[in-house]
Design a binder for this molecule. Structure first.
Ligand code: SF4
Length: 493
């Protein structure tokens, strides 16, 4: 096995975990072919725990690897287009884009060519191995399934500054990570034409490298460099670097400052689950719920076979740890959904598993106070028997405050706490609810609830929400906003 243990695993850079070796496969843009899926499923069976996890960057992870993956297998993966052809940069964070890029009925621009261009650029420039492994870039094409609010170091989000609806006038708004940790990147007020995006990203990366000691074991995050220099200084240096790299570029095109700042309202992130028409007439995509982002290897092969039989041999991973099958003709939808059910999966955005998130927990991470995944599954089983959801509810279990599995606030966040009681450790959770106005977890409602008490409490909270909401359209976070925490504590008790 090619291996150099780092904090952020890649195909060639694996990392030890509590439950064995963890290998992460970068999937730029989250798009996989059926053939690639089957090969990954075989690796999970032959070397790992027989399952595959989709991460919140639309990567794939194989866990519980006990024996070295054969070098020929790794090479075959590369030949199928998985893993960077340049191992030096394979550990750099996956490039994020909307899972509906190119098929979204409302998108302004297909971002897939930009994802490929940036991936090719990284691959061709080995000195980018000096970037932080967490150097993360996101392209948002302005469609219905938006990713621009996901936490990334750099986001380029499409918009029409003149509102004239002409595709050639699409610009990308540049946002960069700064300020507090865990916040989405903040608007720089700079708009870029599509052709300027890759050169500007390259300049952003070069300036980062100029301010980083290559010998440092722990590379700083881009946010830390920007906080140290100040965002104006950083962007001035980026502009200078851009001119050095592209002396022939028409510099009037670069850094066209924002003409208007009106932002689209945040899109509902669960629009990707269920059945939706594509921009290609007569074709549909189907978003499939993966419980806690996990697929058994046989389920992965099953979905890959469905994509081959009915679609275009493609699956798309989402940053919400689900998967889309695309390009399904309308008359085949019923057959596909039935076969998805036969795989033990469903497509409903209001199923409790649709927005249930958990980090790897005690079994996979030494920092975890609790068995997050087991607890999440037990909670889901309890809720399935006690309540019927009719609006997506995002519940996030985190083994510690680091909150690796989800960076934005969930409707309900549960942070693991372990208490020593009579020489026994008792696993429980801090309970937070969010109205969407605060970053991180929202408002703490309960300081400590044992796991035994938790399912009843969450069920009661959701039942009260369903009975007391203003209408079927009132979301959980709107309900939280309307009541405020002190009143919520009263009505939930
Ligand atoms: S959130 Fe904490 S416990 Fe969970 S995986 Fe991350 S570091 Fe580990």
């Amino acid at each position: 096995m090619l291996s150099a243990f780092t904090a952020c695993p890649g195909l060639f850079y694996t990392t030890p975990a509590q439950d064995g070796i963890l290998s992460r496969i970068r999937i730029p843009g989250g798009i996989l072919t059926s053939e690639q899926c089957c090969m990954i499923a075989n690796i999970a069976d032959n070397y790992g725990g027989g399952y595959i996890d989709v991460t919140n960057r639309a990567n794939l992870q194989i866990r519980e690897i006990k024996a070295a993956i054969n070098i020929e297998v790794l090479q075959s993966l590369q030949e199928l287009g998985l893993g960077s052809v340049n191992p030096a940069v394979d550990n750099i964070r996956n490039i994020m884009t909307s899972p509906t890029a190119g098929i979204d009925t409302q998108e302004l621009i297909d971002t897939r060519p930009l994802v490929k261009a940036w991936d090719d650029y990284i691959t061709a420039h080995s000195h980018f191995s000096g970037l932080s492994a967490k150097f993360s870039v996101c392209f948002d094409g302005g469609g219905k399934v938006a990713v621009k609010n996901c936490v990334n170091d750099i986001t380029l989000a499409a918009e029409l500054p003149n509102g004239d609806g002409k595709t050639h006038d699409v610009y990308f708004r540049l946002s960069v990570s700064r300020g507090e940790k865990g916040k989405p990147p903040q608007d720089t007020g700079i708009l870029l034409r599509p052709k300027e995006c890759i050169p500007v990203l390259a300049a952003l990366a070069d300036v980062y490298l100029q301010h980083t000691d290559p010998k440092l074991r722990r590379k700083p995050r881009l946010r830390e460099i920007i906080n140290g220099l100040g965002v104006e200084q950083y962007l001035q240096e980026v502009e200078q670097q851009f001119k050095v790299n592209h002396s022939d570029f028409d510099d009037k095109l670069f850094f066209s400052h924002s003409l208007l700042t009106a932002q689209k309202p945040e899109r509902e992130k669960f629009y990707h689950l269920g059945i939706y028409p594509q921009r290609q007439t007569g074709l549909f995509y189907i978003g499939v719920v993966l419980p806690l982002g996990r697929l058994k290897s046989w389920q992965m092969r099953g979905l890959a076979n469905l994509a081959t039989k009915y679609g275009s041999c493609n699956l798309r991973l989402t940053p919400w740890q689900n998967v889309l099958i695309t390009d399904i003709p309308q008359h085949k939808i019923a057959e596909v959904t039935q076969e998805i059910t036969q795989l033990g999966l469903n497509i409903s955005s209001t199923h409790i598993n649709s927005a249930l998130v958990a980090c790897s927990g005690k079994r996979g991470c030494a920092a975890s106070a609790t068995e997050t995944k087991d607890h999440a599954l037990a909670l889901a089983a309890y809720l399935e028997n006690n309540i019927t959801l009719d609006y997506p509810i995002n519940i996030h279990f985190s083994g510690c405050v680091k909150s690796c599995a989800q960076h934005d606030p969930a409707d309900i966040t549960l942070i693991g706490v372990s208490l020593e009681v009579e020489n026994k450790s008792l696993e429980g959770y801090q309970v937070y609810v969010s109205d969407g106005t605060l970053q991180k977890f929202g408002y703490q409602l309960y300081e400590y609830v044992t796991f035994t008490e938790l399912p009843k409490l969450i069920s009661r909270m959701l039942q009260i929400y369903q009975h007391q909401r203003l209408s079927l359209d009132e979301s959980f976070r709107e309900f939280v906003y309307r009541y405020g925490t002190s009143q919520l504590l009263q009505i939930f008790s």
